[in-house]
Design a protein around this ligand. Structure first.
Ligand code: NDP
Length: 449
């Protein structure tokens, strides 16, 4: 184990997700460190793994029955070397400091890959929006922002959405920010289209992920047409990954939420996906209702078999994990490989465990890490900020075209860097090394701060 990993393991042994994210990068960038053993600052790794700032705070709010509830809020500002901190806000009961440090760490490298001037951060709370009324979510968001507004702003830290933070939550958060600061600015992204949001922002992470997958397949003279695809999750990223896959002629056969997954052998077409969007975004229902609506499909509840997720046992050509971290473990990876999977493209952040990634890379299937494949989300957030500064809105086609160009550029950067550092075709190494070099060089230029 390298010294830096030993430091993390001994100093914060409970930060397992953060350790996993750092280990992946440290292993990838070893060839860079070997090439420059006596660089200007050999202890750069010590600095890059330490957040510039972590804030934790109390978030009290009143539920519909008049009971006061208290949650914990966080903001992790990981690295601002190439621009203001930017990352997602996550509201989910599993949120803790380790998860937000891993998300912020991933975000630093992802943002560097987008070519936009954005540093990396993350924030959130252990609050669960599921099952809460709109009024309860609003009161929580207002309380959360009563502390957050001190730390964010268009030139310092610009949060956007993540798990549990979609259009509704960003609306309530922005309303509170505006009230507290008396200022209408691009301090949050994912805003509504009528008040500063960008066309294609909701679609961006999912569409970008599919554009990236199409680029990868093209290196092996394949396309997405007629490919059978497994998609997990049924939130923002999953819905738009499925949507673009369907548009490009692929057959999507699964979707899921934390209660289980549905398998539709006939394929989820555009009309069925419209039903899912209403179910999830408006009625806020559960994915099992899909099987009631479309009886030819099958719902399988989650958790029946420990250590594996049955969603990944369906035969398919391509897999798009778009729900949450570590949703593909070692057993799932072997199952996918035994079923001749050709491509795994991470729509979520760190959805594949380290063991699963080693298996994919060992078998030389096409594997895209989330920091490259889902970077379209933050890229269009960056474009939203540009439009806010210019006080205008671009047409949808213009944003989509820019998204395609950015995803192509990230794909090329990953491939060329992997080749240059002796691991051709390894998108994981390519993404980590290219982003690491950009961030480290900026840090070195700016001195020891
Ligand atoms: P949403 O909240 O819209 O959807 C999350 C989906 O994942 C839901 O279907 C949810 O099910 C499921 N899920 C969440 N936690 C778990 C869990 N522990 N076990 C099983 N299923 C779970 O989030 P997003 O679609 O925005 O985010 C999904 C992933 O994509 C995350 O990893 C996020 O970090 C990443 N991402 C998001 C971007 C964005 O712009 N939104 C950009 C780039 C990456 P349920 O409703 O039952 O909880």
């Amino acid at each position: 184990m390298s010294d830096i990993l030993k430091t993390i393991a001994s100093r914060d042994p409970w930060e397992r997700e953060f350790y996993q994210a750092v280990k992946e990068v440290v292993e990838s960038v070893q060839p860079v460190l070997d090439r420059h053993p006596h660089g200007p600052e050999s202890s750069i790794l010590d600095r890059i793994i330490e957040p510039e700032r972590v804030v934790t705070f109390r978030v009290p709010w009143m539920d519909d029955r008049g009971k006061v509830r208290t949650h914990r809020g966080y903001l992790v500002e990981m690295n601002g070397a190439i621009g203001p901190f930017k990352g997602g806000l996550r509201f989910h009961p599993s949120v803790n400091q380790s998860i937000l440090k891993f998300l912020a760490f991933e975000q630093v490298f992802k943002n560097a890959l987008t070519t936009l001037p954005l540093g990396g951060g993350a924030g959130g709370s252990d609050f669960e929006p599921k099952g809460k009324s709109d009024d309860e979510v609003m009161r929580f968001c207002q309380s959360f922002m009563r502390e957050l507004f001190r730390h964010v702003g268009p030139h310092t830290d610009i949060p956007g959405g993540d798990i549990g933070v979609g259009a509704r939550e960003v609306g309530y958060l922005f309303g509170a920010y505006k009230k507290l600061t008396n200022e209408f600015s691009g301090a949050l992204t994912g805003k509504g289209l009528r008040w500063g949001g960008s066309l294609f922002r909701p679609e961006a992470a999912g569409y970008g992920c599919v554009y990236f997958a199409a680029e990868m397949l093209s290196t092996r003279n394949m396309s997405l047409d007629d490919q059978v695809c497994l998609v997990s999750g049924s939130g923002n990223v999953a819905q738009h990954t499925a949507e673009k896959l369907i548009q490009l002629g692929a057959k999507v056969v699964t979707l899921s939420d934390s209660s289980g997954h549905i398998y539709d052998a006939d394929g989820i077409d555009a009309e069925k996906l419209r039903y899912v969007k209403v179910l999830k975004n408006i009625r806020r229902g559960r994915i099992r209702e899909y099987a009631d609506k479309y009886p030819a499909s099958v719902f399988t509840p989650a958790g029946a078999e420990a250590g594996r997720n049955p969603l990944w046992s369906h035969r398919a050509d391509c897999a798009f994990p778009c729900a949450t971290q570590n949703e593909i473990g070692e057993t799932d990876a072997y199952t996918l490989i035994n079923n001749n999977i050709k491509l795994v493209c991470e729509g979520a952040n760190m959805p594949c465990s380290s063991e699963a990634i080693d298996i994919f890379l060992g078998k030389k299937i096409l594997f895209a890490p989330g920091k490259a494949a889902n970077a379209g989300g933050v890229a269009v957030s960056g474009l939203e900020l540009v439009q806010n500064s210019m006080r205008l809105s671009w047409l949808g086609e213009e944003v989509d075209e820019r998204l395609r160009i950015i995803m192509k550029a990230i794909h090329r950067t990953c491939l060329e860097t992997a080749e240059e550092y002796g691991t051709p075709g390894n998108y994981l190494n390519g993404a980590n090394i290219a982003a690491f070099l950009k961030v480290v060089n900026a840090m070195l230029d700016q001195g020891v701060v």
